[in-house]
Ligand binder design. Structure first.
Ligand SMILES: [Zn+2]
Ligand SMILES: [Zn+2]
Length: 337
């Protein structure tokens, strides 16, 4: 799949294709603000790739990455940075339809939008500012939305929900946590009367708006990190949906042999890119496993170079170039000469 690029000053949105298993439907996931990233820098997409892969969503899956960092050691600058990033989220929302129009055949397949925190703000702005009825926008999933129901000018909470839902063919799923600390901070700093959507049930009742509480169940102290629990979040949102077996789960972990950090295919044998040792990282236990523990032995021919032997098979000495067939019995390495 081709990376679709759009240049918007400072926001610099890029649609990264994460997977395509050939099944119908498109999912676009938009991340939120980068807490520990320098101002206007781009959060690392490898982390998102790994977290999102664990849910194995079918169809085409994209990550909309943008420059959302707002960190500063000075709290006053941090607040000002956040305001600017929030403005950028708003501008990105106004451009979202144009950005998604660049996807191959965007109008006919079902599109699902998932936004976390400021990424959810991007989506609500997009729904309020554009007519999406010529798109097949099926579901919108807001995860800890960093936007209030009365934040948009000339739009009361009831109108806000009605206008959003009128753009969506199926449902809006509002995932919230009453403990979400970062969202509390946002409202407190502005002395907002209303809380963020991501902290409570939506005030407007409709059969097409579903509120799902994650209060006290997310993995971080601020109860706002939906990505590192993305698999579990999607299981709650779609309890009966099937996983895509053609979506390779990925993980960032430490190689058990060389201790370097690497991104590997999880739940199957993969090679460490640093030391070429084969191991399987299992997401269920979050630990690496291997069938044969690597053993480093002296080359039986020249005796001047070591060879790392793992599975039975042929290895070559890098010094004398001898090719030697090895066999394994437990931790023992045997060779035929
Ligand atoms: Zn390694
Ligand atoms: Zn040798």
């Amino acid at each position: 799949m081709k990376v679709v690029k759009h240049r918007l000053h400072q926001i610099d949105p890029i649609l990264y294709p994460l997977n395509d298993d050939g099944l119908p439907g498109i999912t676009v996931i938009i991340h939120g603000a980068g807490w520990d990233q320098a101002f206007a820098s781009r959060p690392d997409i490898d982390d998102y790739c790994c977290w999102i892969s664990r849910a194995q969503l079918p169809g085409r899956v994209y990550l909309l990455s943008w420059r959302s960092g707002f960190h500063s050691l000075n709290p006053l600058i941090r607040v000002r940075n956040f305001d600017r990033i929030e403005e950028n989220a708003h501008r990105l929302g106004k451009d979202l339809k144009k950005i998604l129009s660049a996807l191959p055949s965007p109008r006919s397949p079902k599109i699902r939008l998932i936004g976390h925190s400021l990424g959810a703000h991007v989506i609500t702005t997009a729904l309020l500012n554009d007519d999406w009825t010529n798109f097949n926008l099926s579901d919108v999933i807001l995860m800890g939305a960093a936007i209030g129901e009365d934040d948009y000018e000339n739009c009361k909470p009831k109108q806000f929900w009605r206008r959003c839902i009128s753009q969506v063919r199926r449902k809006i799923l509002n995932c919230y946590s009453a403990y979400a600390q970062p969202l509390w901070l946002r409202s407190a700093l502005r002395r907002d009367q209303f809380d963020c959507i991501g902290r409570a049930k939506g005030s407007h009742v409709s059969s097409r708006i579903r509120n799902i509480s994650f209060t006290g169940t997310l993995s971080d102290r601020g109860d706002h990190d939906y990505f590192s629990s993305f698999d579990r979040v999607m299981n709650r949102v779609y309890p009966t949906s099937k996983r895509s077996s053609d979506y390779q789960v990925q993980a960032i972990c430490k190689c058990p042999s060389c201790d370097e950090t690497a991104m590997v295919n999880a739940n199957c044998d993969d090679e460490c890119p640093w030391c070429n040792i084969t191991f399987e990282y299992r997401t269920s236990t979050q630990s690496p496993y291997w069938t044969y523990e690597p053993q480093e032995i002296w080359c039986p021919r020249c005796g001047k170079e070591t060879i790392v032997v793992q599975a039975p098979g042929q290895e070559q000495c890098l010094r004398c170039r001898a090719k030697i067939d090895f066999d394994r019995r437990g931790s023992h390495v045997m060779y035929y000469d």
